[in-house]
Ligand binder design. Structure first.
Ligand code: PGA
Length: 253
């Protein structure tokens, strides 16, 4: 069992479940089983944020959005802005998820979105991760470039609004999670990139999460040996029992 420390565990529901009724049921089942002060966030589809925020008892669970427009208002049909998400109850936004990048999102778009999130003092959960691993460590360069581009023009003081999620694309939804050693190595690398580009002090405060096929079975190892500051959980966040097991394994509850 993992030792107790404050971790951040984010459930990314992606385009699930299909209805508000199902979303409320899943949310309430998670909420019911959560230990105190467990540091859990749920990122439901944005039409559900407001309703789930209303039933987030004592705000034990925080709400996050899965994406945001870099536009704040105006004639941008279909775009959802940060002030809208915030007023619906979202405290954070996932930015630059690989599934958004696969649909055409560029590093510059990620940077604009991160800038919008900081401007409105929400939290940006910035996703980075290589598509594949090679034997020469080139994937470190990929992650560094994504991170630098995402945080371009940001001040060291703004890092308090940033969470980094290391999500190797090859691990997402595949059942092949990164090993705790690989996750640990990448966490140290990301921390160093942040310290080199900002300040050590501000970099040290940024939570660095791992995401990609996190399950109740691999959580304790990734927490203890991987030393990550939390998790971004996709598939396993859609079943209350599985997600709660992950939270319990991670927090030592
Ligand atoms: P997964 O997804 O847990 O289903 O691999 C993680 C994610 O995409 O954030």
């Amino acid at each position: 069992m993992a030792k107790k420390r404050q971790l951040l565990i984010v459930g990314n529901w992606k385009t699930n479940p299909g209805t508000l009724k199902e979303a409320k049921k899943l949310f309430l089942n998670i909420q019911k089983g959560l230990p105190q002060n467990s540091g859990v966030m749920i990122a439901p589809p944005s039409p559900f944020i407001s309703d789930l925020y209303q039933i987030a008892f004592g705000h034990k669970i925080k709400l996050a959005a899965q994406d945001v427009s870099s536009e704040v208002g105006g004639a941008f049909t279909g775009e959802v802005s940060l002030p809208m998400l915030k007023s619906a109850g979202a405290a954070a936004v996932i930015v630059g998820h690989s599934e958004r990048r696969a649909r055409g999102e560029k590093d510059e778009d990620v940077n604009k979105k991160v800038t919008a999130v900081i401007k409105y003092r929400a939290t940006a959960i910035v996703c980075v991760g290589e598509k594949s691993r090679d034997g020469h460590g080139n994937f470190f360069g990929v992650v560094e470039a994504q991170l630098k581009a995402a945080l371009k023009g940001i001040k060291a003081a703004d890092l308090k609004h940033i969470v980094v999620a290391y999500e190797p694309v090859w691990a997402i939804g595949t059942g092949n999670n990164a090993t705790p050693e690989d996750a640990h190595e990448m966490k140290l690398f990301i921390r160093k990139v942040l310290a080199d580009n900002f300040t050590r002090q501000s970099a040290d405060k940024v939570p660095i999460l791992y995401g990609g096929s996190v399950t109740p079975q691999n959580t304790a190892d990734l927490t203890e040996r991987g030393g990550v500051d939390g998790f971004l959980v996709g598939k396993a966040s859609l079943k209350a029992r599985e997600f709660l097991s992950i939270v319990n394994e991670a927090t030592g509850a």
